[in-house]
Design a binder for this molecule. Structure first.
Ligand SMILES: [Zn+2]
Length: 128
């Protein structure tokens, strides 16, 4: 149950960094999901819903924004997206972690993240 531990981590991060009043009014949590994170969005949303049921985040939904992989070549300085291999056994394209220009190994600049980008918070009725 990989997604459950991710959901709990997410809640820990949010309760650490955002004040309670704001979290109570949070409707949507916008996440940036790197391409290299192999996560089922459906499973994570479902897990998040269950784990938040008895918390102040009850009712908040996850929204995903995909961040494509960016790599940097150590040899020629190329920076950008890499090529993809269609791996039929995995049923999806796998990024090739070598430079499209010179074939050297690349560093991953972006693609591993699962981070909170922003929150959609309901306006508080402050007509007092
Ligand atoms: Zn290169």
């Amino acid at each position: 149950m990989h997604e459950y531990s991710i959901a709990r981590e997410l809640i820990d991060t949010l309760t650490d960094q955002v004040d309670e009043d704001r979290l109570t009014r949070t409707k949507k949590i916008h996440l940036e999901l790197g391409e290299l994170r192999v996560i089922s969005k459906e499973a994570l949303s479902q897990a998040f819903k269950i784990v938040t049921e008895d918390t102040i985040l009850n009712g908040a939904e996850l929204e995903f924004e995909e961040a494509s992989l960016v790599a940097r070549c150590q040899e020629c300085g190329f920076e950008g997206e890499v090529n993809y291999d269609d791996d039929l056994s995995l049923h999806f394209s796998v990024p090739v972690l070598s430079c499209p220009d010179c074939g050297s190994s690349v560093d991953i600049v972006r693609g591993n993240e699962l981070s909170v980008k922003s929150l959609t918070v309901e306006d508080s009725d402050s007509d007092d």
